[in-house]
Design a protein around this ligand. Structure first.
Ligand SMILES: Cc1ncc(COP(=O)(O)O)c(C=O)c1O
Length: 489
Protein backbone atom coordinates (compact mmCIF):
# COMPACT_ATOMS: atom_id res chain seq x y z
CA UNK A 1 0.00 0.00 0.00
CA UNK A 2 1.44 3.37 -0.94
CA UNK A 3 0.20 6.94 -1.13
CA UNK A 4 -3.13 5.86 -2.66
CA UNK A 5 -4.18 4.07 0.50
CA UNK A 6 -2.94 7.04 2.54
CA UNK A 7 -5.58 9.31 0.99
CA UNK A 8 -8.55 6.98 1.08
CA UNK A 9 -11.43 8.16 3.25
CA UNK A 10 -13.01 6.53 6.28
CA UNK A 11 -16.62 7.41 5.44
CA UNK A 12 -18.83 6.80 2.42
CA UNK A 13 -19.80 3.42 1.08
CA UNK A 14 -16.14 2.64 0.38
CA UNK A 15 -15.10 3.56 3.93
CA UNK A 16 -15.33 0.09 5.45
CA UNK A 17 -13.18 -1.46 2.73
CA UNK A 18 -10.65 1.37 3.04
CA UNK A 19 -10.54 0.87 6.77
CA UNK A 20 -10.44 -2.91 6.86
CA UNK A 21 -6.74 -3.45 5.97
CA UNK A 22 -5.72 -0.48 8.10
CA UNK A 23 -7.67 -1.83 11.05
CA UNK A 24 -5.98 -5.18 10.59
CA UNK A 25 -2.63 -3.36 10.77
CA UNK A 26 -3.72 -1.33 13.80
CA UNK A 27 -4.95 -4.44 15.65
CA UNK A 28 -1.76 -6.24 14.77
CA UNK A 29 0.25 -3.32 16.17
CA UNK A 30 -1.84 -3.39 19.35
CA UNK A 31 -0.97 -7.04 19.83
CA UNK A 32 2.71 -6.86 18.88
CA UNK A 33 3.32 -3.64 20.80
CA UNK A 34 1.82 -5.19 23.95
CA UNK A 35 4.11 -8.22 23.60
CA UNK A 36 7.12 -5.93 23.16
CA UNK A 37 6.15 -3.91 26.23
CA UNK A 38 5.45 -7.05 28.26
CA UNK A 39 3.83 -5.33 31.23
CA UNK A 40 1.92 -2.23 32.30
CA UNK A 41 4.56 0.16 30.88
CA UNK A 42 7.90 -0.07 29.10
CA UNK A 43 11.07 -0.68 31.09
CA UNK A 44 13.82 1.90 31.17
CA UNK A 45 11.85 4.97 32.26
CA UNK A 46 11.57 8.19 30.26
CA UNK A 47 14.87 7.61 28.45
CA UNK A 48 13.56 4.49 26.74
CA UNK A 49 10.64 6.21 25.03
CA UNK A 50 12.58 8.49 22.67
CA UNK A 51 14.32 5.48 21.13
CA UNK A 52 10.95 4.08 20.02
CA UNK A 53 10.26 7.20 17.95
CA UNK A 54 13.62 7.77 16.29
CA UNK A 55 12.23 8.47 12.80
CA UNK A 56 11.39 11.94 11.49
CA UNK A 57 7.78 12.72 12.34
CA UNK A 58 7.29 15.00 9.27
CA UNK A 59 9.50 13.75 6.44
CA UNK A 60 9.45 15.57 3.10
CA UNK A 61 8.03 12.47 1.39
CA UNK A 62 5.68 10.20 3.27
CA UNK A 63 6.34 6.51 3.80
CA UNK A 64 2.75 5.42 3.03
CA UNK A 65 -0.18 4.37 5.18
CA UNK A 66 0.79 0.82 6.01
CA UNK A 67 4.36 1.53 7.01
CA UNK A 68 3.53 4.70 9.01
CA UNK A 69 0.64 3.08 10.84
CA UNK A 70 2.49 -0.15 11.51
CA UNK A 71 5.62 1.60 12.79
CA UNK A 72 4.10 4.37 14.85
CA UNK A 73 1.16 2.42 16.27
CA UNK A 74 3.47 -0.36 17.38
CA UNK A 75 5.90 2.11 19.00
CA UNK A 76 2.98 3.90 20.63
CA UNK A 77 1.63 0.68 22.13
CA UNK A 78 5.07 -0.55 23.18
CA UNK A 79 5.72 2.77 24.92
CA UNK A 80 2.30 3.22 26.52
CA UNK A 81 1.02 2.72 30.05
CA UNK A 82 -1.89 0.28 29.61
CA UNK A 83 -4.67 0.66 32.18
CA UNK A 84 -5.98 -2.81 31.21
CA UNK A 85 -2.95 -4.29 32.99
CA UNK A 86 -3.90 -5.09 36.61
CA UNK A 87 -0.72 -3.39 37.82
CA UNK A 88 -1.46 -0.06 36.08
CA UNK A 89 -3.37 1.60 38.91
CA UNK A 90 -2.00 5.09 39.49
CA UNK A 91 -4.75 7.32 38.21
CA UNK A 92 -8.41 7.62 37.32
CA UNK A 93 -7.23 6.22 34.01
CA UNK A 94 -9.83 3.68 33.07
CA UNK A 95 -9.31 0.63 30.84
CA UNK A 96 -11.90 1.29 28.12
CA UNK A 97 -14.35 -1.38 27.04
CA UNK A 98 -13.60 -2.87 23.61
CA UNK A 99 -17.24 -2.19 22.77
CA UNK A 100 -16.89 1.54 23.47
CA UNK A 101 -13.66 1.77 21.47
CA UNK A 102 -15.38 0.10 18.50
CA UNK A 103 -18.28 2.56 18.74
CA UNK A 104 -15.79 5.43 18.91
CA UNK A 105 -14.29 4.28 15.63
CA UNK A 106 -17.69 4.67 13.99
CA UNK A 107 -18.05 8.19 15.41
CA UNK A 108 -14.58 9.06 14.14
CA UNK A 109 -15.22 7.70 10.66
CA UNK A 110 -18.16 10.04 10.11
CA UNK A 111 -16.53 13.00 11.87
CA UNK A 112 -19.94 14.22 13.02
CA UNK A 113 -19.75 17.53 14.86
CA UNK A 114 -22.36 18.67 17.33
CA UNK A 115 -22.22 22.41 16.65
CA UNK A 116 -24.95 22.15 14.01
CA UNK A 117 -27.70 19.70 13.17
CA UNK A 118 -26.59 19.36 9.57
CA UNK A 119 -23.17 18.04 10.63
CA UNK A 120 -24.60 15.54 13.10
CA UNK A 121 -28.27 14.63 12.69
CA UNK A 122 -27.87 11.32 14.52
CA UNK A 123 -25.16 12.63 16.85
CA UNK A 124 -27.43 15.45 17.99
CA UNK A 125 -30.22 12.99 18.71
CA UNK A 126 -28.04 10.44 20.50
CA UNK A 127 -26.45 13.08 22.73
CA UNK A 128 -29.94 14.26 23.70
CA UNK A 129 -30.87 10.68 24.65
CA UNK A 130 -27.69 10.12 26.67
CA UNK A 131 -28.16 13.39 28.52
CA UNK A 132 -31.78 12.51 29.26
CA UNK A 133 -30.74 9.12 30.64
CA UNK A 134 -28.06 10.67 32.84
CA UNK A 135 -30.45 13.35 34.09
CA UNK A 136 -32.75 10.52 35.16
CA UNK A 137 -29.85 8.69 36.83
CA UNK A 138 -28.97 11.78 38.85
CA UNK A 139 -32.61 12.26 39.86
CA UNK A 140 -33.35 15.33 37.76
CA UNK A 141 -36.60 15.69 35.84
CA UNK A 142 -35.35 14.92 32.30
CA UNK A 143 -38.12 17.08 30.83
CA UNK A 144 -36.69 20.17 32.54
CA UNK A 145 -32.98 19.40 32.92
CA UNK A 146 -30.30 19.47 30.26
CA UNK A 147 -26.60 19.08 29.67
CA UNK A 148 -23.86 18.11 27.27
CA UNK A 149 -21.05 15.68 26.79
CA UNK A 150 -17.72 17.37 27.55
CA UNK A 151 -14.00 16.70 27.33
CA UNK A 152 -14.01 15.76 31.02
CA UNK A 153 -14.39 16.90 34.59
CA UNK A 154 -12.31 20.02 34.06
CA UNK A 155 -14.59 21.33 31.31
CA UNK A 156 -17.74 20.15 33.12
CA UNK A 157 -16.77 21.98 36.31
CA UNK A 158 -15.79 25.09 34.35
CA UNK A 159 -19.16 25.02 32.62
CA UNK A 160 -21.03 24.49 35.91
CA UNK A 161 -19.20 27.45 37.46
CA UNK A 162 -19.93 29.59 34.41
CA UNK A 163 -23.65 28.83 34.75
CA UNK A 164 -23.40 29.60 38.48
CA UNK A 165 -21.67 32.94 37.86
CA UNK A 166 -24.28 33.97 35.29
CA UNK A 167 -27.11 32.93 37.58
CA UNK A 168 -25.74 34.75 40.62
CA UNK A 169 -25.03 38.02 38.82
CA UNK A 170 -28.29 37.97 36.89
CA UNK A 171 -30.13 37.55 40.21
CA UNK A 172 -28.09 40.13 42.11
CA UNK A 173 -27.71 42.86 39.48
CA UNK A 174 -29.46 41.75 36.31
CA UNK A 175 -25.94 41.55 34.85
CA UNK A 176 -24.75 39.04 32.23
CA UNK A 177 -20.99 38.88 32.66
CA UNK A 178 -20.60 36.43 29.78
CA UNK A 179 -21.60 39.37 27.55
CA UNK A 180 -20.46 42.47 29.43
CA UNK A 181 -17.73 41.22 31.76
CA UNK A 182 -17.94 41.21 35.54
CA UNK A 183 -19.44 44.49 36.80
CA UNK A 184 -16.77 46.72 38.38
CA UNK A 185 -18.54 46.83 41.76
CA UNK A 186 -18.30 43.02 41.99
CA UNK A 187 -14.57 42.76 41.29
CA UNK A 188 -12.92 40.80 44.06
CA UNK A 189 -16.25 40.02 45.72
CA UNK A 190 -17.38 36.87 43.92
CA UNK A 191 -16.62 33.69 45.81
CA UNK A 192 -16.61 29.94 45.21
CA UNK A 193 -16.71 27.73 48.28
CA UNK A 194 -15.18 24.28 48.16
CA UNK A 195 -12.85 22.18 50.27
CA UNK A 196 -9.10 21.68 50.12
CA UNK A 197 -9.70 18.25 48.56
CA UNK A 198 -11.47 19.82 45.57
CA UNK A 199 -9.83 19.08 42.23
CA UNK A 200 -6.98 21.51 41.47
CA UNK A 201 -8.56 22.56 38.17
CA UNK A 202 -11.41 24.33 39.96
CA UNK A 203 -9.12 27.17 41.09
CA UNK A 204 -7.74 27.46 37.57
CA UNK A 205 -11.31 27.61 36.22
CA UNK A 206 -12.06 30.41 38.68
CA UNK A 207 -9.14 32.27 37.10
CA UNK A 208 -10.43 31.58 33.59
CA UNK A 209 -13.85 32.91 34.60
CA UNK A 210 -12.29 36.20 35.65
CA UNK A 211 -12.89 35.61 39.35
CA UNK A 212 -9.23 35.05 40.20
CA UNK A 213 -7.93 31.91 41.86
CA UNK A 214 -8.13 33.71 45.19
CA UNK A 215 -11.92 33.82 44.88
CA UNK A 216 -11.88 30.17 45.97
CA UNK A 217 -12.49 29.82 49.69
CA UNK A 218 -11.67 26.57 51.46
CA UNK A 219 -14.37 25.12 53.66
CA UNK A 220 -12.99 23.06 56.58
CA UNK A 221 -13.39 19.29 56.50
CA UNK A 222 -14.96 17.04 59.10
CA UNK A 223 -13.16 14.03 60.59
CA UNK A 224 -14.08 11.94 57.56
CA UNK A 225 -12.45 14.42 55.15
CA UNK A 226 -15.88 15.63 54.00
CA UNK A 227 -16.89 19.25 53.61
CA UNK A 228 -18.37 20.32 56.94
CA UNK A 229 -21.89 21.75 56.39
CA UNK A 230 -21.78 23.73 59.65
CA UNK A 231 -18.48 25.33 58.68
CA UNK A 232 -19.95 26.13 55.26
CA UNK A 233 -22.92 27.82 56.92
CA UNK A 234 -20.65 30.02 59.07
CA UNK A 235 -18.51 30.99 56.08
CA UNK A 236 -21.58 31.91 54.02
CA UNK A 237 -22.87 34.09 56.86
CA UNK A 238 -19.48 35.85 57.12
CA UNK A 239 -19.21 36.35 53.36
CA UNK A 240 -22.68 37.85 53.15
CA UNK A 241 -21.95 40.10 56.13
CA UNK A 242 -18.96 41.62 54.36
CA UNK A 243 -20.86 42.08 51.10
CA UNK A 244 -19.28 39.26 49.07
CA UNK A 245 -21.42 37.23 46.68
CA UNK A 246 -21.03 33.45 47.00
CA UNK A 247 -21.70 32.33 43.44
CA UNK A 248 -21.27 28.63 44.07
CA UNK A 249 -20.71 25.93 46.60
CA UNK A 250 -18.71 23.24 44.86
CA UNK A 251 -19.07 19.85 46.54
CA UNK A 252 -17.23 16.72 45.46
CA UNK A 253 -18.68 13.24 45.11
CA UNK A 254 -15.53 11.16 44.95
CA UNK A 255 -12.35 13.09 45.68
CA UNK A 256 -9.42 12.18 43.48
CA UNK A 257 -7.33 10.56 46.21
CA UNK A 258 -9.63 9.24 48.91
CA UNK A 259 -12.85 8.95 46.92
CA UNK A 260 -14.60 10.82 49.70
CA UNK A 261 -18.17 11.97 49.03
CA UNK A 262 -19.25 15.25 50.61
CA UNK A 263 -22.59 15.18 52.49
CA UNK A 264 -24.57 16.36 49.49
CA UNK A 265 -28.04 16.60 51.01
CA UNK A 266 -26.85 18.72 53.95
CA UNK A 267 -24.73 20.93 51.71
CA UNK A 268 -27.71 21.42 49.37
CA UNK A 269 -29.71 22.58 52.37
CA UNK A 270 -27.08 25.13 53.41
CA UNK A 271 -26.51 26.37 49.85
CA UNK A 272 -30.27 26.85 49.41
CA UNK A 273 -30.53 28.80 52.69
CA UNK A 274 -28.01 31.27 51.27
CA UNK A 275 -29.22 31.27 47.68
CA UNK A 276 -25.91 29.84 46.45
CA UNK A 277 -25.68 27.58 43.42
CA UNK A 278 -24.63 24.02 44.28
CA UNK A 279 -22.36 22.32 41.77
CA UNK A 280 -21.40 18.70 42.47
CA UNK A 281 -18.16 17.47 40.97
CA UNK A 282 -19.04 13.79 40.60
CA UNK A 283 -16.37 13.31 37.93
CA UNK A 284 -15.15 10.23 39.77
CA UNK A 285 -18.05 9.23 42.04
CA UNK A 286 -20.88 9.80 39.54
CA UNK A 287 -20.43 6.28 38.21
CA UNK A 288 -21.42 4.95 41.65
CA UNK A 289 -24.98 5.96 40.72
CA UNK A 290 -25.08 2.84 38.52
CA UNK A 291 -24.58 0.67 41.61
CA UNK A 292 -27.61 -0.05 43.78
CA UNK A 293 -25.26 -0.61 46.70
CA UNK A 294 -23.27 2.61 46.36
CA UNK A 295 -25.81 5.05 44.88
CA UNK A 296 -27.19 6.02 48.34
CA UNK A 297 -23.78 7.56 49.13
CA UNK A 298 -24.66 10.29 46.63
CA UNK A 299 -28.13 10.97 47.90
CA UNK A 300 -28.91 14.67 47.68
CA UNK A 301 -27.15 15.00 44.29
CA UNK A 302 -30.60 15.54 42.75
CA UNK A 303 -30.74 18.87 44.58
CA UNK A 304 -27.57 20.19 42.92
CA UNK A 305 -28.01 22.94 40.35
CA UNK A 306 -25.35 21.33 38.19
CA UNK A 307 -23.34 18.13 38.17
CA UNK A 308 -20.17 16.87 36.49
CA UNK A 309 -19.77 13.15 35.73
CA UNK A 310 -16.89 11.50 33.88
CA UNK A 311 -17.66 8.28 32.09
CA UNK A 312 -13.97 7.96 31.24
CA UNK A 313 -13.53 7.16 34.93
CA UNK A 314 -16.20 4.87 36.45
CA UNK A 315 -17.86 4.35 33.06
CA UNK A 316 -15.13 2.50 31.12
CA UNK A 317 -15.16 4.86 28.14
CA UNK A 318 -12.16 5.90 26.08
CA UNK A 319 -11.34 9.57 26.69
CA UNK A 320 -13.22 11.85 26.26
CA UNK A 321 -16.53 11.13 27.94
CA UNK A 322 -17.32 13.86 30.46
CA UNK A 323 -20.82 15.12 31.10
CA UNK A 324 -22.19 18.35 32.55
CA UNK A 325 -25.82 18.45 33.64
CA UNK A 326 -27.96 21.32 34.87
CA UNK A 327 -31.17 20.84 36.82
CA UNK A 328 -32.88 23.51 34.68
CA UNK A 329 -32.17 23.75 30.95
CA UNK A 330 -32.72 27.52 31.18
CA UNK A 331 -29.41 27.76 33.06
CA UNK A 332 -27.73 27.37 29.66
CA UNK A 333 -29.48 30.46 28.24
CA UNK A 334 -26.41 32.71 28.69
CA UNK A 335 -24.44 30.31 26.49
CA UNK A 336 -26.94 30.27 23.63
CA UNK A 337 -25.76 31.97 20.44
CA UNK A 338 -27.36 32.37 17.03
CA UNK A 339 -24.78 31.89 14.32
CA UNK A 340 -25.92 32.51 10.76
CA UNK A 341 -24.10 29.49 9.34
CA UNK A 342 -24.87 27.07 12.20
CA UNK A 343 -28.24 27.42 13.90
CA UNK A 344 -30.66 30.00 12.62
CA UNK A 345 -33.97 30.34 14.47
CA UNK A 346 -36.04 29.42 11.40
CA UNK A 347 -34.06 26.18 11.01
CA UNK A 348 -34.57 25.44 14.69
CA UNK A 349 -38.28 26.24 14.48
CA UNK A 350 -38.46 23.73 11.62
CA UNK A 351 -37.01 21.05 13.91
CA UNK A 352 -33.31 21.24 12.99
CA UNK A 353 -32.15 21.62 16.58
CA UNK A 354 -28.56 22.41 17.46
CA UNK A 355 -26.70 21.75 20.70
CA UNK A 356 -24.34 24.69 20.18
CA UNK A 357 -25.56 26.45 23.32
CA UNK A 358 -24.85 23.49 25.59
CA UNK A 359 -21.09 23.64 25.20
CA UNK A 360 -18.16 26.03 25.37
CA UNK A 361 -16.73 24.25 22.36
CA UNK A 362 -17.81 24.69 18.73
CA UNK A 363 -16.62 21.62 16.84
CA UNK A 364 -17.43 18.69 19.11
CA UNK A 365 -17.11 14.93 18.61
CA UNK A 366 -20.22 12.77 19.12
CA UNK A 367 -18.73 11.12 22.20
CA UNK A 368 -22.28 10.22 23.17
CA UNK A 369 -22.33 7.34 20.67
CA UNK A 370 -19.87 5.13 22.57
CA UNK A 371 -21.70 5.98 25.81
CA UNK A 372 -25.08 5.06 24.29
CA UNK A 373 -23.70 1.77 22.93
CA UNK A 374 -22.26 0.93 26.35
CA UNK A 375 -25.47 1.86 28.15
CA UNK A 376 -27.57 -0.27 25.83
CA UNK A 377 -25.20 -3.24 25.97
CA UNK A 378 -24.74 -3.35 29.73
CA UNK A 379 -27.73 -1.56 31.12
CA UNK A 380 -27.60 0.20 34.46
CA UNK A 381 -27.29 -3.12 36.25
CA UNK A 382 -24.33 -4.25 34.15
CA UNK A 383 -22.48 -0.98 34.79
CA UNK A 384 -23.36 -1.16 38.48
CA UNK A 385 -21.83 -4.61 38.60
CA UNK A 386 -18.55 -3.27 37.17
CA UNK A 387 -18.53 -0.52 39.81
CA UNK A 388 -19.22 -3.05 42.57
CA UNK A 389 -16.41 -5.29 41.38
CA UNK A 390 -13.87 -2.45 41.55
CA UNK A 391 -15.22 -1.41 44.95
CA UNK A 392 -14.82 -4.98 46.24
CA UNK A 393 -11.23 -5.03 44.93
CA UNK A 394 -10.48 -1.90 46.92
CA UNK A 395 -11.76 -3.57 50.08
CA UNK A 396 -9.72 -6.66 49.35
CA UNK A 397 -6.58 -4.53 48.89
CA UNK A 398 -7.29 -2.69 52.13
CA UNK A 399 -7.74 -5.97 54.02
CA UNK A 400 -4.45 -7.31 52.65
CA UNK A 401 -2.69 -4.09 53.67
CA UNK A 402 -4.10 -4.29 57.17
CA UNK A 403 -2.67 -7.76 57.55
CA UNK A 404 0.86 -6.80 56.54
CA UNK A 405 3.01 -5.49 59.40
CA UNK A 406 4.90 -3.03 57.19
CA UNK A 407 1.95 -1.61 55.23
CA UNK A 408 -0.09 1.25 56.63
CA UNK A 409 -3.59 1.87 55.29
CA UNK A 410 -4.56 5.55 55.36
CA UNK A 411 -8.28 4.83 55.78
CA UNK A 412 -10.96 2.45 54.57
CA UNK A 413 -11.76 2.90 50.89
CA UNK A 414 -14.98 4.69 49.95
CA UNK A 415 -15.07 3.97 46.21
CA UNK A 416 -12.22 2.27 44.37
CA UNK A 417 -9.04 4.00 45.56
CA UNK A 418 -6.83 2.74 48.37
CA UNK A 419 -4.21 4.96 50.00
CA UNK A 420 -1.34 3.31 51.84
CA UNK A 421 2.39 3.38 52.39
CA UNK A 422 5.28 1.20 53.36
CA UNK A 423 6.51 1.74 56.90
CA UNK A 424 10.24 1.01 56.92
CA UNK A 425 11.99 -0.07 60.09
CA UNK A 426 14.73 2.48 59.40
CA UNK A 427 15.09 5.34 56.97
CA UNK A 428 12.90 8.16 55.72
CA UNK A 429 9.43 6.74 54.85
CA UNK A 430 8.68 9.59 52.43
CA UNK A 431 11.88 9.06 50.44
CA UNK A 432 11.48 5.27 50.46
CA UNK A 433 7.86 5.34 49.26
CA UNK A 434 8.66 7.90 46.55
CA UNK A 435 11.69 5.95 45.38
CA UNK A 436 10.01 2.54 45.39
CA UNK A 437 7.32 3.93 43.12
CA UNK A 438 9.93 5.28 40.71
CA UNK A 439 11.76 1.93 40.82
CA UNK A 440 8.55 0.14 39.79
CA UNK A 441 8.11 2.63 36.93
CA UNK A 442 11.71 2.23 35.80
CA UNK A 443 11.67 -1.53 35.78
CA UNK A 444 8.28 -1.61 34.05
CA UNK A 445 6.61 -3.66 36.79
CA UNK A 446 3.81 -1.39 38.01
CA UNK A 447 2.26 2.07 37.77
CA UNK A 448 1.31 2.90 41.36
CA UNK A 449 -0.03 6.32 42.31
CA UNK A 450 1.60 8.79 44.65
CA UNK A 451 0.05 11.58 46.64
CA UNK A 452 0.67 13.66 49.75
CA UNK A 453 -1.60 13.68 52.78
CA UNK A 454 -0.98 15.28 56.17
CA UNK A 455 2.46 16.34 54.93
CA UNK A 456 3.59 12.77 54.13
CA UNK A 457 4.06 10.78 50.93
CA UNK A 458 1.47 8.03 50.37
CA UNK A 459 0.93 5.51 47.62
CA UNK A 460 -2.35 4.97 45.84
CA UNK A 461 -4.09 2.14 44.03
CA UNK A 462 -6.88 3.38 41.77
CA UNK A 463 -8.78 0.21 40.97
CA UNK A 464 -10.80 0.59 37.78
CA UNK A 465 -10.27 -2.72 36.04
CA UNK A 466 -13.32 -4.89 36.76
CA UNK A 467 -11.48 -8.00 35.57
CA UNK A 468 -8.60 -7.75 38.05
CA UNK A 469 -8.54 -10.67 40.47
CA UNK A 470 -7.70 -10.74 44.18
CA UNK A 471 -4.50 -12.80 43.58
CA UNK A 472 -3.41 -10.13 41.05
CA UNK A 473 -3.89 -7.43 43.68
CA UNK A 474 -1.92 -9.46 46.21
CA UNK A 475 0.85 -10.01 43.67
CA UNK A 476 0.99 -6.25 43.05
CA UNK A 477 1.28 -5.59 46.79
CA UNK A 478 4.03 -8.21 47.00
CA UNK A 479 5.89 -6.30 44.26
CA UNK A 480 5.48 -3.03 46.15
CA UNK A 481 6.83 -4.64 49.32
CA UNK A 482 9.76 -6.20 47.48
CA UNK A 483 10.61 -2.81 45.93
CA UNK A 484 10.30 -1.16 49.36
CA UNK A 485 12.63 -3.71 50.97
CA UNK A 486 15.11 -3.12 48.22
CA UNK A 487 15.00 0.65 48.84
CA UNK A 488 15.11 0.31 52.63
CA UNK A 489 18.18 -1.92 52.49
C1 LIG B 1 -12.74 14.85 41.32
C2 LIG B 1 -12.24 15.22 39.96
N1 LIG B 1 -12.75 16.28 39.32
C3 LIG B 1 -12.33 16.66 38.12
C4 LIG B 1 -11.33 15.98 37.47
C5 LIG B 1 -10.87 16.43 36.12
O1 LIG B 1 -11.34 15.55 35.16
P1 LIG B 1 -10.74 15.51 33.68
O2 LIG B 1 -9.32 15.05 33.86
O3 LIG B 1 -11.60 14.53 32.98
O4 LIG B 1 -10.80 16.88 33.13
C6 LIG B 1 -10.76 14.86 38.09
C7 LIG B 1 -9.68 14.11 37.42
O5 LIG B 1 -9.18 13.15 37.92
C8 LIG B 1 -11.21 14.47 39.37
O6 LIG B 1 -10.69 13.43 40.01
Amino acid sequence: MGLTSSIQLAGGSGGPENLRPLLATALDALGKGAIERDGPLPTGGAGAIGALFAEDVLPLDGSGAESALEGLARAFVAGAADPADPTCVAHLHTPPLALAVAADLVAGALNSSLDSWDQAPSGTHVEGQVIEALCGLVGYDPAVASGAVTSGGTESNLTGLLLAREHALANALGAHPVVTGIPAEMHGRLRILCSETTHFSVARSAGVLGLGEDSVIGVPLDRDHRMDPQALRSLLVDLRARGDLPIAVLATAGTTDLGVIDPLAELAEVAAEHGAWLHVDAAYGGGALFSERLAPLLSGIERADSVAIDLHKLGWQPVAAGVVLAQRASAFDPMERRVAYLNTSDDEAAGFQSRLGRSLRTTRRPDALKIAVTFRALGRRGLGDLVDRCHAQAHHAAASMREHPRLELYRDPVLTTVIFRYRPENGDPDAINAELRRALLRNGRAVVGRTELDGAVWLKLTLLNPNTTEPEIDALLADVIAAAEEEAR
